[in-house]
Ligand binder design. Structure first.
Ligand SMILES: Nc1nc2c(ncn2[C@@H]2O[C@H](COP(=O)(O)OP(=O)(O)OP(=O)(O)O)[C@@H](O)[C@H]2O)c(=O)[nH]1
Ligand SMILES: [Mg+2]
Length: 290
């Protein structure tokens, strides 16, 4: 058994900071967060010199039943942003999660401050696509990160995204599991085949010129994201793919950074037969209309 006082989140390089178990397991008692959290709450991070020439990064975190994951992802985001010195805000879009994610988010807002953690909840589960639209409306940054809140996307890659964006002044920087050091951890063969298959079929049909089409860890210029979201018609899993296909279509520049993707740490996976069927339907629709 593990040391009961620590829970180590699964990470490809096992480098995620240990969390005091009482700090987030069960998601309620957050007072024992790692020392960095309380320092940041008291404004230490804010005193660091801001970088990025006035750039601000809004991170959209859509959540549905993520009470166990949210404290850790937020803590890691705060850590990496504070270390890099860029201005940021984290927008949590919770869709009435029955597990009480919003209550946890409220505690995080108290810990880190309402200028850093913005809660923009909705009453019920309305889907990821509209969660992003809702989030963008409240984003005050000129750049927007989109990532999952289930720890599949590690905030340690945030500085790589920002560096890449600045290198080529890209409109979109897409995290890729299928290039360089990128990869997938924790998926069974079925899930890997589905992801590879979806990418392969889409590459053949639509030739979008990006290596990871179904991933959702991306950085956008805010106005680009707004335009893309307006153009996108699909809902569900095909949405991420449509975003990148439309980005190419609209001649936006796309940079890529290798990322490792780790299967969700807590909570249940929702990928079932229905999602696969609707993905294929969406793909065919895009093929027919683009
Ligand atoms: N606000 C909101 N968030 C959602 C909704 N559906 C999923 N999410 C969140 O969106 C992110 C991605 O969803 P996931 O369920 O992790 O999707 P996935 O990674 O393809 O599948 P699994 O991790 O295997 O379940 C997570 O942070 C979810 O909590 C929704 O309807 N509304
Ligand atoms: Mg996930």
């Amino acid at each position: 058994m593990e040391d009961p006082t620590f829970v180590r989140a699964v990470s490809p390089d096992l480098s995620i900071a240990p969390m005091v178990a009482g700090g987030f397991v069960g998601g309620v008692a957050l007072t024992s967060c790692p020392s960095g959290a309380s320092n940041m709450a008291s404004g230490e991070g804010a005193e660091q010199q801001q970088q990025g020439g006035g750039d601000k990064y809004s991170v959209l975190l859509p959540t549905y039943n993520e009470r166990d994951n949210l404290p850790l992802i937020v803590w890691l985001l705060v850590r990496y942003f504070d270390e890099s010195g860029f201005d940021y805000e984290i927008i949590v879009i919770d869709d009435g999660s029955p597990d009480g994610t919003l209550e946890v988010a409220k505690q995080l807002e108290m810990i880190y401050g309402s200028d850093k953690i913005l809660l923009r909840p909705r009453a019920k589960k309305l889907g990821l696509g509209t969660a992003y639209i809702h989030g963008i409306q409240h984003a005050t940054g000129n750049f927007v990160f989109i990532m999952d809140a289930d720890l599949s996307h590690h905030p340690k890659f945030i500085p790589d995204f920002i560096k890449k964006q600045k290198e080529g002044n890209y409109d979109v920087v897409s995290g890729t599991r299928y290039k360089g050091d990128g990869g997938v951890f924790g998926w069974d063969l079925r899930r890997k085949l589905i992801s590879r298959g979806a990418n392969f079929v889409t590459q053949v049909l639509l030739r979008p010129g990006a290596s990871d089409l179904t991933g959702s860890f991306r950085l956008y210029k805010k106005e680009v994201l707004q335009k893309l979201v307006e153009k996108c018609v699909s809902k569900g899993y095909v949405f991420q793919m449509e975003m990148i296909v439309r980005a190419r279509q609209l001649d936006y520049s796309i940079g890529e950074v290798p990322i490792t993707f780790v299967d969700r740490v807590y909570g249940e996976s929702k990928l079932g037969g229905n999602e696969i069927v609707s993905f294929l339907k969406g793909l065919l629709h895009l093929f027919a209309t683009t």
